[in-house]
Design a protein around this ligand. Structure first.
Ligand code: SAM
Length: 324
C-alpha cells in the first residue's frame, strides 16, 4: 500500500481507493480541490503520509461520512481521577471507535480487576491503550502492586471503512502518553511485539504466572487459537481469562467464539460466564481456570493440525467421506 521514496512514505491513491471502496477520481478530486500535496510517480498519483489525515478529513466530508464516538456516561465525565479524565479525552479521538472497548465494557473490566485483585495482568491487543487504562485504574483503586503487561504490534492505525474512520501514526507513543497523563505509568508496561513472540518466550517477559489474561488481539480463529494455546498454560489456577468480541453475529470475528465452543464450554477445568455488552453486543467472556488441563494442549494441536478436517474440505475429501 505504501511506497518509499527518498525516505518519505507515500500512499498510492489507487491502493487507497481499494481500501476505502471509493473511486480513485474522487480521491484525486479532493486532493486537487483542497490543494493537498500530491506526487506523480510513473503515472500513479501518491500522497505524502503527512497529508494523509487532511485527505481523510476532506474525503469523509465530501462523501458525507461522519465520525462516530462512544457516548460517555455522566459518572465518567464527572469523575476527576486523572485516569477518568484521560479516558474521556481518548474517547473523543476519531480512531477510538469502534476498536477500543466502550466505557461500559471498560468499567466492567475495571470492576473485575478491583474484585479479583490480580497481580500480573497480561493484555494481548491494547490498540491505543483505552482498555489498558481501565485495567490499570482497577489496580490503582485497590492499591495493588500489580502490573498490566500490554502487548501489541502498534502498527499505524489506518481507516478501514465502514467502521474505522480515524488515522493515527505511532499508537505506542499515544498509548504511553495517555498512560502518563492518567498517572498510571507505574502500573503499565507496553511491549511492541507480536503476541506469538511473547508467548514463545514468556519467561523473558514475566517472572510470575499470569492471574488475569485479557485477549483482545488477533480475532481470527487461527490468531485467537494461537494466543489461547500460548498463554493459558501460564495462567495460574484460580486465575481469569477474559475474551472480548465473542459474538460473531455482531462483531464479525469468529476466533473468540471458536475457543469458547471448542475448549471452554464443556470443560470441567473452566468456569464460564458470557456477558452481553453495551452499546453493541460484541460480548465478553469471563473464564476462570479451575484446574490444569494437561490434555488441552494436545487436543489443541490435533485441532490445529486438523489433517482430517483439511482433507474433508478438499475435493479428495468427498471421495474419502464416501468411503469411510
Ligand atoms: C480490537 S484492538 C484492541 C482494543 C483494545 N483492547 C481496547 O479495548 O482499547 C486489537 C489489537 O490487537 C492487535 N493485534 C492483532 N494481532 C496481534 C498480534 N499477533 N500480536 C499483538 N497484537 C496484535 C492490533 O494491533 C490491535 O491494536
Amino acid at each position: 500500500m505504501t511506497v518509499l521514496d527518498e525516505k518519505e512514505v507515500l500512499f498510492s491513491t489507487k491502493d487507497l481507493s481499494q481500501l476505502f471502496q471509493v473511486e480513485q477520481e474522487d480521491i484525486i478530486k479532493v486532493l486537487t480541490e483542497k490543494e493537498l500535496e500530491q506526487q506523480s510517480i510513473n503515472g500513479e498519483v501518491y500522497i505524502k503520509k503527512d497529508e494523509f489525515e487532511n485527505l481523510i478529513n476532506e474525503l469523509w466530508f465530501s462523501l458525507g461520512i461522519s465520525y462516530q464516538y462512544y457516548e460517555i456516561p455522566e459518572y465518567l465525565k464527572n469523575c476527576t481521577s486523572p485516569w477518568a479524565v484521560t479516558l474521556v479525552k481518548m474517547y473523543q479521538d476519531k480512531f477510538t471507535y469502534p476498536d477500543s472497548i466502550s466505557p461500559e465494557q471498560g468499567d466492567y473490566l475495571r470492576a473485575l480487576v478491583c474484585n479479583v485483585a490480580p497481580k500480573n495482568i497480561l493484555e494481548i491487543g491494547c490498540f491505543t491503550g483505552v482498555s489498558t487504562i481501565w485495567l490499570a485504574a482497577g489496580l490503582e483503586q485497590i492499591g495493588s502492586q500489580g502490573t498490566v503487561h500490554s502487548v501489541d504490534l502498534f502498527n499505524d492505525i489506518i481507516p478501514l471503512l465502514p467502521h474505522h474512520r480515524g488515522y493515527l501514526t505511532n499508537p505506542l507513543e499515544y498509548a504511553q502518553k495517555s498512560v502518563d497523563a492518567a498517572q498510571l505509568s507505574h502500573k503499565v508496561k507496553f511491549y511492541k511485539k507480536n503476541s506469538k513472540e511473547v508467548g514463545g518466550k514468556i519467561h523473558e517477559f514475566l517472572s510470575e504466572p499470569i492471574d488475569f489474561l485479557f485477549i483482545d488481539g488477533d480475532h481470527t480463529v487461527e490468531g485467537c487459537f494461537n494466543d489461547f494455546m500460548l498463554f493459558y498454560p501460564h495462567v495460574s489456577v484460580g486465575g481469569y481469562i477474559v475474551l472480548h468480541d465473542i459474538n460473531p453475529k455482531y462483531c464479525g470475528w469468529y476466533g473468540p467464539r471458536y475457543i469458547i465452543d471448542k475448549f471452554i464450554k464443556k470443560s470441567p477445568h473452566f468456569d464460564l460466564l458470557e456477558i452481553r455488552t453495551n452499546p453493541v453486543n460484541y460480548g465478553m467472556a469471563v473464564i476462570r481456570k479451575l484446574a490444569e488441563d494437561r490434555t488441552l494442549f494436545l487436543r489443541g494441536q490435533l485441532t490445529k493440525v486438523g489433517i482430517w478436517q483439511r482433507i474433508k474440505d478438499k475435493p479428495l475429501g468427498n471421495f474419502l467421506r464416501k468411503r469411510f
